[in-house]
Design a protein around this ligand. Structure first.
Ligand SMILES: *[C@@H]1O[C@H](CO)[C@@H](O)[C@H](O)[C@H]1NC(C)=O
Ligand SMILES: *[C@@H]1O[C@H](CO)[C@@H](O)[C@H](O)[C@H]1NC(C)=O
Ligand SMILES: *[C@@H]1O[C@H](CO)[C@@H](O)[C@H](O)[C@H]1NC(C)=O
Ligand SMILES: *[C@@H]1O[C@H](CO)[C@@H](O)[C@H](O)[C@H]1NC(C)=O
Ligand SMILES: *[C@@H]1O[C@H](CO)[C@@H](O)[C@H](O)[C@H]1NC(C)=O
Length: 580
């Protein structure tokens, strides 16, 4: 269901974009047909947007008395979202994620997904950890994938966003749910096993060879020097915590053995002494005191403990455990966060969760999950099964696209408010003002020439402005244009034969009720967990969008757009494009 405009076409379309007031009139040639004049001056617009001023150096986040603080002594308890796309998406999508988090939540913290390992669904070219080399006795890493991670960390630092990184994924007991590669794949490669079943012979949590081999990965990760900003990962305060893994589970219903977590934590601390370690266990049993490993709770090397709550199905996922779980972890002098949660039945349950987070002194919680604007226009969308989808800011209700969650708007708004409540701060009266969108001319076959655009963070809708060639003033031709659609589908039809005519697009409205079915976990028979996420399929572009716009010998006009906030405040204008 993902779709996009192929790169070559994007390049062609961007080629007809012009920057207002910069390019002399004689340089603008519309498809070699006729020379155009320059567009008139762009009207002034609001300069304050989601783009940050200089972000203070908050330093490392550290725990104290069950809460989190930055290096300046500010409370850093948080309520935000997981961003599982971050390590595998386009740079624009990283930028949009960081703008969304930094502008929208009191303490912008997010959680990436794991390092990918060559495996049934992950090609070596998409893996961070490619293979094991018996001559060097070390792993082979994919530099291009780590450079993508460099960009994520450098961009997070620029926007003041803190990142939790679960290092490796759990084996969920079946290749069917092996979406990113996991520790079973590390066993397979390290021992040269032919099949997944062969890996059953090795106990990941007890085998000294695998522990040493995992330490090699941690050494590589924490000694890596970021190619974008020069900061060594182990010295980078952008990491809120290094998490020992995602949903680490022993035998289906136990946390990772405490001695394993402590051994891994000791190695992390030897390379990143100032960064917190988060026990990445997910036990999935009904009992608080059996869900956290005693040896880890008692170790000074492990700072943070976490659980994942998904409504109450099965009972081991019930979010109402948070009070007991948090109190238990804090009784050991440790800090409690909720690494993932969500899929609740209705808004009341989200409000109830955040009230419990606050009253239980739980230092942080991240909903699963938020996704950014797509580099191809529209948004990255993702289904979780049972009618639940990833969320997008600022949220839409009613939504116009089936891949947008019916509860999205409320979940974004409730979580934004909760992020301030955690700090006893008032929620800002106004929502963030979007940054400038980036517009290009497209042709989708059915509707002819139109505009497509990369959205501005927190834009609720967009205006379209145009001016016919030779005219002196820009005209607002559309006041309410939406982009809550799948990647590659943002489209606004223009009529270049009547370019200054008002256009009022209409949009479908889908039901705003969540389906009243409990989300069920496809991996429950094996162990349990959430279904993870699939890599985005970018190669399936609708053919109709591939045709370059024909020269219809119509009038030419300039077009531009700007995003409008939830409160109706417009952000800065986009680039100017010419269409004819
Ligand atoms: C690497 O060497 C070990 C013995 O040290 C052997 O068991 C394994 O099959 C070799 N792995 C590969 C991929 O050749
Ligand atoms: C943890 O303890 C178990 C049981 O004693 C042992 O088999 C395992 O090797 C230990 N693991 C580590 C990492 O020390
Ligand atoms: C948790 O309790 C439910 C019944 O309340 C039971 O069906 C389930 O098996 C229990 N889970 C575990 C891991 O004990
Ligand atoms: C929310 O969902 C829960 C669980 O289905 C239900 O008990 C509760 O009544 C619902 N609350 C509202 C306000 O709909
Ligand atoms: C072209 O855009 C129009 C208007 O948004 C839409 O109705 C139509 O389905 C699109 N066609 C294709 C092939 O994408």
């Amino acid at each position: 269901m993902q779709s996009h405009i192929p790169c070559f076409l994007l390049a062609l379309l961007f080629a007809v974009g012009v920057t207002a007031l910069v390019i002399p009139a004689s340089n603008i040639v519309a498809h070699g047909v006729r020379a155009a004049v320059a567009p008139p001056a762009v009207p002034a617009s609001n300069p304050s947007t989601v783009e940050p001023g200089p972000v203070p150096n908050y330093g490392f986040i550290h725990p104290s008395g069950g809460h989190l603080y930055d290096g300046l002594g500010n409370l850093w308890d948080f309520a935000t979202f997981n961003s599982p796309h971050l390590l595998t998406c386009e740079p624009f999508e990283v930028d949009d994620t960081m703008r969304t988090l930094a502008a929208g939540f009191a303490r912008p913290v997010t959680r990436t997904y794991v390092l990918q390992v060559t495996s049934i669904n992950i090609d070596a070219s998409d893996a961070h950890i490619v293979s094991w080399d018996n001559t060097t006795m070390d792993w082979v890493y994919n530099e291009a994938m780590f450079q993508q991670m460099d960009y994520v960390l450098a961009t997070a630092a620029k926007y003041g966003v803190k990142v939790v990184h679960p290092i490796i994924n759990q084996d969920y007991g079946s290749q069917d749910s092996n979406y990113a590669g996991n520790w079973a794949d590390l066993i397979r490669m390290r021992y040269g096993f032919a099949t997944y079943e062969d890996t059953y012979a090795v106990n990941w949590f007890a085998d000294p060879v695998m522990l040493d081999s995992f330490k090699l990965i941690i050494t590589y990760l924490l000694n890596r020097v970021n190619t974008v900003n020069g900061v060594r990962y182990g010295d980078d305060p952008t990491f809120l915590a290094h998490e020992t893994g995602n949903e680490m589970n022993y035998l289906g219903y136990l946390p990772a053995p405490g001695n394993w977590t402590v051994a891994v934590a000791a190695h992390i601390k030897s390379l990143a002494p100032n960064t917190m370690v988060l026990d990445g266990s997910l036990a999935r049993n009904n009992y608080t005191d059996e869900s956290f490993a005693l040896e880890a709770l008692q170790s000074p090397l492990v700072d943070l403990f976490s659980y994942h709550y998904y409504r109450d199905n099965p009972p081991a996922y019930d979010y109402r455990r948070i009070n007991a779980d948090s109190a238990y972890v804090q009784s050991f002098g440790k800090t409690y966060v909720v690494g993932e949660h969500g899929f609740y039945a209705n808004y009341s349950e989200y409000e109830d969760f955040y009230q419990r987070q606050k009253e239980s002194n739980t230092a942080g919680a991240m909903v699963w999950s938020i996704r950014p604007h797509s580099a191809e226009g529209g948004f990255i969308t993702h289904g979780e099964g049972d009618g639940i989808f990833s969320y997008h800011a600022p949220g839409w209700s009613p939504q116009q696209t089936a891949d947008f969650d019916p509860l999205e708007l409320g979940i974004i708004h409730i979580t934004r408010r909760a992020s301030y409540t955690m700090l006893d701060e008032p929620t800002p009266a106004q929502f963030p003002i979007p940054n400038a969108p980036e517009v290009w001319v497209a042709n989708n076959g059915t509707s002819g020439t139109g505009l497509s655009w990369r959205g501005g963070a927190w834009a609720q809708h967009y205006e379209v402005w145009s001016v016919q060639l030779g005219h002196l003033y820009w005209v607002k031709i559309a006041t309410y244009v939406l982009d809550d659609v799948d990647a590659g589908d943002a489209y606004f039809t223009i009529d270049a034969s009547a370019p200054e005519q008002t256009i009022t697009p209409t949009y479908p409205t889908l039901p705003t009720n969540a389906p009243n079915i409990a989300w069920s976990d496809p991996k429950l028979p094996q162990t349990t967990g959430h279904p993870g996420w699939l890599p985005f399929k970018r190669e399936e572009a609708p053919a109709a969008r591939d045709a370059p716009q024909p020269d219809l010998n119509w009038k030419s006009a300039f077009y531009m757009m700007r995003g409008v906030s939830v409160d109706g405040i417009a952000g800065p204008f986009s680039n100017v494009v010419i269409a004819y």
